[in-house]
Write a protein that binds this ligand. Sequence first.
Ligand code: 13P
Ligand code: SF4
Length: 350
Amino acid sequence: MFDLQSMRDQLASQYDLAPNPALAETMTDVYARMDRVVNPIEWATHAPYVAAILELKKQRNAVILAHNYMTPEIYHGVSDVVGDSLQLAIEAANVEADVIVQCGVHFMAETSKILSPDKTVLIPDMEAGCSLAESITAEGIEQMRAKYPGAPVVSYVNTTAEVKAASDICCTSSNAAQIVAAQDSHTVIMTPDQYLAQNVAKQVPQKNVVWWEGSCIVHERYTAQDLRDFREWNPGTRLIAHPECPPDVVNEADFSGSTSGILKYVTDEKPEKAMLITECSMASNIADQLPEVEFVGPCNMCPYMKKITLEKILWSLHTMTEPVVVDLDVAEKARVAVQRMIDLSQKLGV
Ligand code: 13P
Ligand code: SF4
């Protein structure tokens, strides 16, 4: 459990972190990336943290990999690489720095460690979990194999290293349908997201897709009726849903895709109004680069992603905590499943 007060006291003794409008003024290039969604007073509170983190990153030879669900001051203020789960996994394998600070949830940091075993991978809060990753263990994978003998196991990257190690190949929401379609067997086991699996099953009717019953607490909350209401209340709004949403929700949407798929769709289509049926920060992060699009709410917040804050990132770099450790045997087996996904994705061009 984080001792926030002790962290704050120690940081305050080392850094001047009081709101600082004068410092904020000198960092207008950074602020310009988020000024549509972060007001100048908020920026004056973030600027001292951003300045300290940027300086520490240089001293530690560190890079910050940030998921699309990070808050705008993290996403635009301090990160070196932003993206969806697949993009972050690919970048983790390629970065040259000594230290990776993973601004996302624990399974993402583990994936980085699996792909970069010689680097120090830090996560600013060990309690940044994921309801999907927590829904299944390696024993669950063995139960599925016993139920469907010979069927390959395709596990979403939103899983622990042990689950990846027990799987044949990984997938993300960017490549799940193509990875499933490329398996030799007619029956394919997908874990742990029942809704991603059901959405993929519709895209690859030639396969018998069977699934584990996990779900994402952010995306499972949307209902098809919500989307019908949103459409009625906001005529002309484009509804764009993540494939972790239940299939009847995806059915009501105009488009469904991973977080990078959502960004590409909105960038290409430039609808006048868009509603992103996903985590709240997604729309905030892309709003500045798409001034012609009006993003209309509501959205659902991921409590795990929101455990990562600027002050915890500063603490992480200051103290070099928390280092992510993955058992070497587990990491070696998990790497096979993740690398198969990356190789197949690149071969298929997804
Ligand atoms: P993607 O960014 O791969 O679409 O994943 C979304 C997600 O929920 C990650 O936790
Ligand atoms: Fe997990 Fe859902 Fe949060 Fe992503 S948004 S980290 S899938 S709980």
